[in-house]
Design a protein around this ligand. Sequence first.
Ligand code: SAM
Length: 371
Amino acid sequence: MTAVDAAAEVGELDAAVAEQAGELVERLFGHTIATLEMATIWLGTRLGLYDALAAPGTAAEVAQRSGVLERYVREWLEQQAIAGLVSVVEPATDPDARTFGLSAPQRLVLADASSPFSGGSLALLSGGCGAALPHVLEAWRAGTGMSFGAYGDDVREGQGLFNKGDYDERLVQDWLPALPEVDALLSRDGARALDVGCGVGWSTIALAGARAGLSAVGVDLDEASVMDARANAVDAGLADRARFEVAASDADHGTSAYDVAFFFESLHDMAHPIEALTAVRRALRPDGRVVVMDERAEEEFAPDGSPLERLLGACSVLHCLPVGLAEPGSAGTGAMFRPSTMRAYAEAAGFSEVRTAPIEHDFMRFYVLVP
Ligand SMILES: C[S@@+](CC[C@H](N)C(=O)[O-])C[C@H]1O[C@@H](n2cnc3c(N)ncnc32)[C@H](O)[C@@H]1O
């Protein structure tokens, strides 16, 4: 019996209301399937089960490759195949003889972290937010916030992977050429870039690797992110030109020390964004610029939003607003980072002009701030 049939049976509800309530509860049913399947993707990612499917295998073979109990593996493989996330290669009637594998698209999304289609970051981010829910509930009840670090390894690593492809493939190749004045500043001899809220450092490393003579400093309040960033710079062979410090965004970054400062999807998470922008303005050379990349929220609030608005709204409720309320006197910005917020913060921090940069991006908007 569907929810609509059930309501009709009660006989008390207006037919139109019952139909809409039925549609809503069916929508929630779909969300439940999606949420639970996302959790099974998180489990498979963390247990290395997708990696263990690099070659087709039976449950016993995948269990042996991954070190996970065979009974668990068989259940997971069957569930993944039912969900269309894993393929059946040899459909034997004997469950022990059934062979599973990944199709080419499944491999690109689920088992290849370097692929532009990788969904690994989505699994880590949603798993990490799910695991943090009891703490989020406490913060909401107490009217306090949560530091970015309190969300743990999944969110830190997931966030790093989410933007890595863009920093590796587009930051230097497409974004800087679209910002000629910024590109010219970074082309000067001995140019220095500051990356505020650098996370695990992929943007800082990409900047430092852009051209010889350019060095970049990444700062982040989260110690675990900075440790990861340092290790990533060593692996990239750029540890001498991409340096990292644990520091608050509104700390003293020096005076006239940098040509360009960047905030890559970090300003909205900062407890004191105006103070952060003010500190960075002081740290710039007189002709320096600030580049802010942040969420592409609509200009104004409106109900029944696009998928991006829905994503940003949910991220804000579960993660970005608690992070943006982490300190006493926080601004509490959240992920619905609208152009009007950017303009208000920049003006309060003493910038004379905010330009929206001509960079196309599905999720992000780019601004150039002129001191
Ligand atoms: C959404 S993540 C973005 C990280 C990275 N820029 C990226 O694009 O993946 C926001 C980052 O801002 C950092 N952050 C938040 N508040 C901060 C503050 N007050 N000072 C410095 N960093 C801060 C967090 O620790 C986190 O690494």
